[in-house]
Write a protein that binds this ligand. Sequence first.
Ligand code: HPA
Length: 279
Amino acid sequence: MSVERGAGSGSLRETAAFIAQRLESFSPKIGIVLGSGLGGLASAVQDGVSLPYGEIPGFPQANVDGHQGVFTAGRLDGVPVLMQGGRFHLYEGHAPATVVLPIRICAALGIETVIITNAAGGIRFGFEPPLLMLIADHVNLTWQNPLVGPVAPGDERFPDMSSPYDATLRAMARKAALEAKIVLEEGVYAGVMGPHYETPAEIRMLERLGADAVGMSTVPEVIAARARGVRVLGISAITNRAAGISQSKLSHQEVLDAGRKVSADLEALIRGVLRQKPL
Ligand code: HPA
């Protein structure tokens, strides 16, 4: 695996300083990570300033279809937000430190709360895609960890992970879902490395391990956020039934199409949370 920038605190500080300078006096309070096919929320940002990754010196590019590769800063329902449209995945060969670079940039900019979204396969019986699932907890099955190695400045060596997904934020999400009449399930997300979808036997294993949904992102980001005390709200868009649960073959196109179908609900849910001022 390649050694990439983002691992060193010097480059992280420089990148954060560059972004802060581009944002001028704007100071985002909430970071929002948009998953596959879920990038539409960025267009709802008022007076948004977009900062393509390509304009950030030395920043890696986001290369997956459905992942745009742009930060959008602006106000959403009055709350100053920084949206990350496009993420770096372990399956692209990125080092864990690169995968979590945007989260660490959020923390360096003073953001204390992040909303992380993803597309995921539904494992729990009865999960009919497209559907939203509040992430209550996760299982790290990526065999990677962004905290391995010297302690990054600002990180804890042995972070507590007994409540990785903030209970208050989850209560806000449930309230927002109720008000907007959105079906919101709650469950455990299994984070795997990918890039292939799982085999039916792997899905049966994940089910026995207590997973309700499976995906290829989020877990490293949540670990990095918690190591810095950043609060996390995690929401999965269940875009397909996991392998073996449906008889059909899985495809990235199916994931993107279902993501687009559920993105209006996801947008309403996130905006309902923001209106409760989760600062
Ligand atoms: N498995 C893993 N990752 C995914 C899936 C899946 O079924 N759907 C969307 N992301």
